[in-house]
Design a protein around this ligand. Structure first.
Ligand SMILES: Cc1ncc(COP(=O)(O)O)c(C=O)c1O
Length: 446
């Protein structure tokens, strides 16, 4: 870890906390984050030559594994024709057609450069279209870091244990109603309290940013019904679940027809890219056709379009095998570790849909953020450090989903289960360890 430590010391003097995104700092689990030198398939290598089995996939995008040859080739070809035009090109339509094939509810869409931009723009559009101010979101859901959406958010906000962010005026936050997830009565009550004032409900259809939380039967359909009854828009934030749970995301597997959908992560094949789209009549409220303004210098960037096209084409062509294998491999890992925890007497609840999952260190069912918060985060931290030492890189927070890629197979399942077999009883017996060991994250020297 010597080289990583040196780079960390340099980064700490240049970037706040040494990072460009808070959860990368490993604050919640202790230890120094390794600095990555390269990644291939299911593995990451750090600058000290340690290899890690990647179980977070760049927080979701890398569904085909790292440096997947068709994606690398597509980026190379596009880069040779210039990294950016700032003008229309065929790649935007090509990717838009592929998105529409996967998401029939998306009649029109606009590309942006991140999931944050996608959600922020979708909210503005919903407010512009309905002429209403209030937005309903759910506790523990994260929709990026736009002002209106950082209220009781998940991901880094949950990891750092803060209710929101400084710098957001009360006048902005007051129009965001944060309700418990999986509780339709709370939504009914909010609509009753604010008649004709709620523009939209935005939801992670399967929550990933409080750890994985699954919608209860009828919950998403209930949101659809209530929003329709009250003339509000339903926005499914599929930045994480889009192309991951199935080609058509969560809306395909749960049979929901939202007004708007936000996408990101896999959409750009690892390059910065997002999109929001949905009903044509709503999307046509956007400038230059309508009064809602939204723009971006790098929106529809040719490199991002090329990486997205290569990724989606591969997913579409191989959907049969890919999603079945992802399901089987992830089930083997998620259930295998749950069984090891049971044998070791460690309280664990596992939530999983397809290739996203979370091991919560609690015996109780986790159906909302309040329950997720009851997890033993110290124990998670110890487990995480021991897994890092064994060369397995899990997301460094109890409140984040883990992901696998199509590059993970039986070898990786065996490797992870072996690591967990050691890590679980160890951390169970060594209940006195609470500070991060100096050497944590040393990984597998190869
Ligand atoms: C569901 C969801 N929405 C929005 C975002 C924000 O995306 P980005 O980090 O690309 O801005 C994330 C990021 O993790 C996310 O998981």
């Amino acid at each position: 870890m010597e080289r990583s430590r040196k780079l960390q010391a340099r980064a700490a003097g240049l970037l706040p906390g040494g990072v460009d995104s808070p959860v990368r700092a490993f604050r919640a689990v202790g230890g120094d984050p390794p600095f990555v030198a390269r990644a291939q398939g299911a593995y990451l290598w750090d600058v000290d030559g340690n290899r890690y089995l990647d179980c977070f996939g760049s927080w979701g995008p890398m569904i085909l594994g790292h440096a997947f040859p068709p994606v690398v080739e597509a980026i190379r070809e596009a880069a040779a024709k210039s990294a950016s035009f700032g003008a229309s090109h065929a790649g935007e339509g090509d990717l838009a057609e592929l998105v529409r094939r996967c998401f029939p509810s998306v009649e029109r869409l606009r590309f942006v450069s991140s999931g944050t931009e996608a959600c922020m723009s979708a909210i503005r559009l919903a407010r512009g279209f309905t002429g209403r101010k209030f937005v309903i979101k759910f506790e523990g859901c994260y929709h990026g870091h736009a002002d209106a959406l950082l209220v009781k958010a998940g991901s880094g906000i949950a990891t750092l244990g803060i209710p929101g962010s400084a710098g957001i005026p009360e006048e902005t936050a007051m129009h965001t109603l944060a309700l418990p997830y999986n509780d339709l009565q709370a939504v009914e009550t909010a609509f009753a309290l604010h008649p004709g004032q709620i523009a939209c409900v935005i939801v992670e259809p399967v929550v990933g940013n409080a750890g994985t939380i699954v919608p209860e039967t009828g919950y998403l359909a209930g949101l659809r019904r209530i929003t329709r009854e009250h003339g509000a828009l339903l926005i499914l934030d599929e930045v994480m679940t889009g192309f991951r749970l199935s080609l058509g995301g969560a809306q395909q597997i749960y049979g929901i027809d939202p007004d708007l959908t936000t996408l990101g992560k896999i959409l750009g094949g690892g390059l910065p890219c997002g999109a929001f789209g949905g009903r044509a009549d709503v999307m046509e409220f956007l400038a230059p056709l309508g009064p809602v303004y939204q723009a971006g210098t790098l929106s529809g960037n040719p490199l991002a379009m090329a990486a997205g096209i290569a990724t989606l084409r591969h997913l579409i062509e191989h959907q049969g095998e890919i999603y079945t294998e992802l399901e089987n491999t992830t089930a083997a890992i998620a259930d295998g570790v749950t069984e090891l925890a049971r044998e070791a007497g460690v309280a664990m609840t596992t939530n999983r849909v397809g290739s996203m999952w979370t091991w919560f260190f609690t015996a109780d069912a986790v159906t909302d953020f309040a329950q997720a918060s009851k997890s033993d985060t110290d124990r998670f931290g110890r487990f995480h450090r021991r897994m890092m030492e064994a060369g397995v890189w899990l997301p460094p927070s109890q409140f984040e989903a883990a992901f696998l890629s199509a590059a993970h197979g039986p070898v990786e399942v065996a490797l992870l289960l072996e690591a967990a077999r050691e890590a679980l009883p160890n951390e169970w017996q060594s209940g006195t360890i609470s500070a991060a060991p100096e050497t944590s994250g040393s990984g597998n020297r190869i």
